[in-house]
Design a protein around this ligand. Structure first.
Ligand code: 9Z3
Length: 342
């Protein structure tokens, strides 16, 4: 079965923290609006689909949160206020450079013995000299953003949390109209198990194979782009593993949901190659205008590529991140979008 957005929200309960989360976002947006900033909602990380009410098992969607956390940093640098809505425990701006699995920070802290004049004092702690420069840069930007108050973070776990939050936050962002941007990089499940079909307790083994029929997650992009945002600039991501599907699926999404940009990425090439797909009538020309490869002149495609060798150098600090170019291009397009009165 496929739920409409209305049927979904009428039948699935909201997360218990929704009200609290929304109030905090309302305050944040109000302050940013007063200070005249553009506000971007960045979604990041994968959603889960619980299989039981007392959840022991769940399905997960692939995403470490790198795209979202990295992009959030570049938006902050560009002067945007960022609402960072991410999967609990996925990567976050700034701390992402020191992921416990690839670049654990304990590995480059040194213990310094107390001085001979105060031998009973605690030993000091210092940063390994060759790690200082990078850490200082991250820390400086982190402190700057905290002092300005331009980053607000909140979390989701399940696809239900995600959908309820997305609707509520997009309605809150309507206050800033065209100055709002939606950067929907989270990996969202296409299927879910409605409450009414969920087993209360842990599904028991011993009865042979397990078959579960899931329902389709409602597509919220259309109401989001059409009704909730009041002119916000909406970007979704399309993830494929079959190259041949990337462009057709991206075009199909634009056609169906009527938002502004789909960024297509292939699972294995996503760190060094993406494609922006947009509709011609919605935009001025991109920097290297190219007619779409489907032969029609309805869509524009704009490929961004970086040198693959630059993406995997020092852990946590690649020479170049494709998100820098993605964000620069989007800021350019969003600025035009704001300037153009509807
Ligand atoms: C993406 O395509 C993101 O770029 C990635 C980022 C999930 C690939 P990482 O977090 O990965 O850096 O490890 N996000 C959107 C994925 C998605 O679920 N898209 C839906 C679809 O493709 C549409 S909303 O159908």
């Amino acid at each position: 079965m496929s739920f409409s957005a209305e049927a979904y929200f009428a039948s699935q309960p909201p997360p218990p923290t929704l009200q609290h989360d929304v109030e905090q976002v309302r305050e944040f947006v109000k302050r940013q609006a007063k200070e005249g900033r553009n506000v971007v909602l960045v979604t990041s990380g994968g959603t889960t689909v619980p299989l039981e009410l007392n959840v022991v098992r769940f399905l997960d969607n692939f995403s470490a949160g790198t795209r979202g956390a990295t992009s959030a940093e570049y938006f902050l640098k560009a002067g945007y206020a960022v609402i960072f809505m991410h999967r609990q425990f996925s990567l976050q701006p700034f701390s992402r450079h020191y992921s416990h699995s690839t670049n654990p920070f304990l590995d480059f802290l040194e213990i310094e013995p107390p001085s001979s004049s105060s031998p009973d004092a605690d030993p000091g702690i210092s940063v390994t000299p060759n790690k200082r420069h990078d850490l200082l840069n991250v820390l400086t930007e982190y402190k700057r953003v905290h002092a300005l108050g331009t980053l607000h973070t909140l979390t989701f776990v399940t696809v239900d949390d995600y959908l309820w939050l997305l609707r509520a936050l997009s309605q809150e962002l309507a206050v800033v109209g065209r100055r709002a941007m939606f950067y929907l990089a989270a990996a969202v499940s296409d299927f879910f198990l409605p409450r009414q079909k969920m087993s209360e307790h842990k599904i028991q083994s011993g009865k042979g194979n397990l078959s579960i029929e899931m329902d389709q997650v409602p597509k919220l992009l259309k109401p989001l782009a059409e009704d909730w945002t009041k002119g916000g600039y909406v970007i979704s991501f399309k993830l494929e593993t079959d190259d041949n599907l990337l462009l057709p699926k991206a075009r199909q999404a634009l056609e169906r949901y009527g938002h502004q940009v789909v960024i297509g990425n292939d699972l294995h090439r996503r760190k060094f190659e993406v494609v922006f797909v947009s509709k011609k009538h919605l935009h001025g020309p991109p920097p290297n205008p190219r007619p779409a490869t489907d032969g029609s002149d309805e869509f524009l495609e704009h490929w961004l590529r970086i040198n693959v060798a630059h993406t995997n150098q020092t852990p946590g600090f690649p020479l170049k991140e494709i998100e820098e170019d993605i964000v620069a291009e989007l800021v350019r397009r969003h600025t035009e979008w704001i300037a153009r009165t509807p």
